[in-house]
Ligand binder design. Structure first.
Ligand SMILES: C[S@@+](CC[C@H](N)C(=O)[O-])C[C@H]1O[C@@H](n2cnc3c(N)ncnc32)[C@H](O)[C@@H]1O
Length: 206
């Protein structure tokens, strides 16, 4: 998808997003934050933070920065942050494929349900690695193309609705990992019947 199509799709979805994609994706959001094992004082970056559904799950002593390209998704996230008094969160409008942060700015960088949305996932992954400190943690949760050919056929049909849905349902795991260049530690199934995958990688020292 082109950037303008992505922004249009999420600006349109913003007000109904939490109903459509809240509970169904929450187990993956929670699992990632559990896996981070925050001890206090960590700096975490969430790329494509959307309406900020994950933000209340972080401990208050973890500094979280969320970025997104959709002003309307960010507006919902800002309301949540204000309503719940999440003083540990900062939000910015920024492209995950070309971030304004210095190298090694974060201990942990995470992309929840974003990899099959951004126009260029390889650029996003390269940026995630750049802004994460050497030895830090990278997390991605996403749906990847199913191994069952019948399900796969359905996913290919669904891709026709990509500009409206805002994501690509036909998104194979292996090529994504190759483009990302992540040193993968674990991949675990999450959400409904394990249809989504949670990838945990370690950022290589430069
Ligand atoms: C499926 S939503 C996921 C939102 C959130 N992470 C969640 O768990 O619900 C994908 C989000 O990625 C954002 N996005 C798409 N392309 C982006 C980019 N290049 N940079 C930053 N955010 C982007 C969209 O605006 C949208 O908010």
């Amino acid at each position: 998808m082109e950037e303008t199509t992505v922004i249009k799709a999420y600006d349109r979805l913003a007000r109904g997003y939490d109903h459509l994609f809240g509970p169904i994706f929450n187990p993956g959001r929670r699992r990632i934050i559990e896996r981070m094992g925050c001890q206090g004082g960590e700096r975490v970056l969430e790329v494509g933070v959307g309406t900020g559904l994950s933000l209340p799950y972080y401990p208050q002593d973890t500094a979280v920065v969320g970025i997104d390209v959709s002003d309307k998704m960010l507006a919902v996230a800002r309301e949540r942050v204000a309503r719940q008094g999440l003083d540990n969160v900062a939000l910015h409008r920024m492209d995950a494929q070309a971030m304004a942060f210095e190298d090694d700015s974060f201990d942990t960088v995470v992309a929840m349900y974003v990899a099959s949305v951004v126009p260029d996932d390889a650029r996003m992954s390269a940026e995630m690695r750049r802004v994460c400190r050497p030895g830090g943690d990278l997390f991605v949760v996403n749906h990847f193309t199913h191994h069952n050919r019948h399900v796969r056929r359905l996913e290919r049909l669904v891709t026709r609705a990509t500009p409206f849905l805002g994501f690509d349902a036909d998104f194979p795991l292996e090529p994504f990992l190759q483009r990302a260049g992540f040193r993968v530690l674990t991949i675990e199934p999450v959400n409904l019947g394990g249809y989504w995958s949670l990838i945990h990688a370690r950022n290589e020292a430069a």
